[in-house]
Design a protein around this ligand. Structure first.
Ligand SMILES: NC(=O)c1ccc[n+]([C@@H]2O[C@H](COP(=O)([O-])OP(=O)(O)OC[C@H]3O[C@@H](n4cnc5c(N)ncnc54)[C@H](OP(=O)(O)O)[C@@H]3O)[C@@H](O)[C@H]2O)c1
Length: 367
């Protein structure tokens, strides 16, 4: 039998996760340009790539977390037309994290297409027109000007987010063709996330008491830990893999009940979930994904929202940390923030509103 000491030693040997061994990269080191790199997913990509021996250059305005990675080359510019620092340089790979305006992708892809081998564009699950298909795959239709009825002369920075991401993909593909890699993440979660959409749940569950839980627990959840996403992108670059991929998980799916109970497993709080019917919540004006983040009722256009078939992604090396690890690390990150930031979560329901809905739900059940 493995002793506790041996278990800990084995755990330490494989790195942060006891389940995903960290395999060293023995191939050719890549020169990687990251457009952005200093906010949420960027730092995870950069640290992982450095740990694996790659050479990194960052391009940004020097405003966000400018003190990160002091030893890394930093080029200053602006995606709004100030790309001079990129001219005349050669990289193996560019990772475009920062574009939500197709014009930004058009400019950087046009400039880099002859001096960079591969262009990674971080798109979004929001690029899909709907989630009616089960399972969802990367072939599902994405937004177009036609499908949205948006005037094509609309400036890129005024486009609806999903259309902007879909058009940005097209801009990358127009210049890089089969040398482009399009990644469509769902909700990105974990340490460094400042949107608090996932964070709401571990924090709420950690507070204990009766927690408003949406639906009957069977709605699906597919999300992605920022580190799983970032590390996979670096490994795709190492393997010279190209194509269009989704980035959500886990591949085997997870129900909302498993999601909430999985998070509760990392806290010591006394929590009881009170499952309130979807139609009741909608009638109370509760907005899925906004008031109760992560939750998307699996119906109509969203039937396939958390029903992605991830076989191609898993074959291409995407791995999934245990939810417990993401939840524990997110709580640790949250409690490392200043008290005023901890008290001002940017997503989810306020305590009083949750209490009101719980009381109304009890009343509707006659008690
Ligand atoms: N969060 C989610 O759940 C989610 C889900 C799906 C997809 N996505 C997509 O994932 C990506 C996440 O990006 P991230 O913020 O984590 O990436 P990041 O690379 O960590 O940070 C964004 C970078 O962009 C730079 N930047 C911002 N405006 C710029 C400008 N005008 N010119 C040059 N650089 C600029 C920022 O630095 P400076 O401020 O110093 O310039 C920062 O380094 C986004 O494309 C988002 O649409 C997010």
């Amino acid at each position: 039998m493995t002793s506790r000491r041996e278990f800990l030693r084995l755990g330490a040997a494989v790195g942060a996760s006891a389940f995903i061994p960290k395999v060293p990269f023995l191939g050719r080191a890549r020169k990687i340009l990251v457009l952005g790199g200093t906010s949420f997913i960027g730092p995870h990509q950069v640290q992982y790539a450095l740990d694996r021996g790659h050479e990194i250059t960052l391009f940004n305005r020097g405003r966000t977390n400018a003190d990160l990675f002091p030893g890394v080359e930093k080029l200053i510019g602006d995606r709004n037309g100030q790309l001079d620092a990129l001219r005349g340089r050669r990289w193996d790979v560019v990772i475009d994290n920062s574009a939500t305006d197709p014009e930004w992708v058009r400019q950087s892809a046009a400039l880099l297409k002859d001096t960079v081998d591969r262009y990674f564009y971080v798109s979004s699950r929001s690029a899909y027109r709907h989630f009616r298909e089960i399972p969802m795959t990367a072939d599902a239709p994405t937004f177009t000007f036609e499908s949205t009825g948006v005037d094509p002369s609309t400036p890129g920075n005024r486009l609806p987010y999903g259309l902007a991401k879909a058009e940005s993909e097209r801009a990358a593909l127009a210049h890089f063709g089969d040398r482009a890699v399009i990644i469509r993440p769902g909700l990105i979660i974990g340490p460094r996330d400042e949107t608090d959409r996932f964070t709401y749940w571990p924090v709420r569950i950690h507070r204990g008491g009766e927690v408003l839980a949406p639906g009957d627990g069977t709605d699906g959840v597919q999300i992605i830990d920022a580190r799983d996403l970032s590390e996979w992108m670096v490994r795709l670059a190492e393997a010279d893999t190209t194509g269009t991929f989704n980035a959500v998980g886990p591949a085997w799916g997870r129900s909302f009940a498993e999601f909430l109970h999985g998070i509760r497993a990392v806290t010591t709080a006394e929590t009881r979930f009170v499952w309130a019917d979807t139609d009741f919540l909608l009638a109370q004006g509760v907005r899925p994904y906004t008031d109760l983040p992560v939750w998307m009722p699996a119906r109509d256009d969203n039937a396939g929202f958390a029903r992605f078939d991830l076989s191609p992604e898993v074959e291409a090396g995407l791995t999934f940390r245990p939810l417990a690890e993401t939840a524990a690390d997110t709580l640790e990150y949250h409690f490392s923030r200043p008290p005023e930031r901890q008290a001002a979560l940017r997503a989810g329901m306020k305590e009083e509103r949750e209490a009101e809905i719980l009381a109304a739900w009890r009343a509707s059940k006659g008690g």
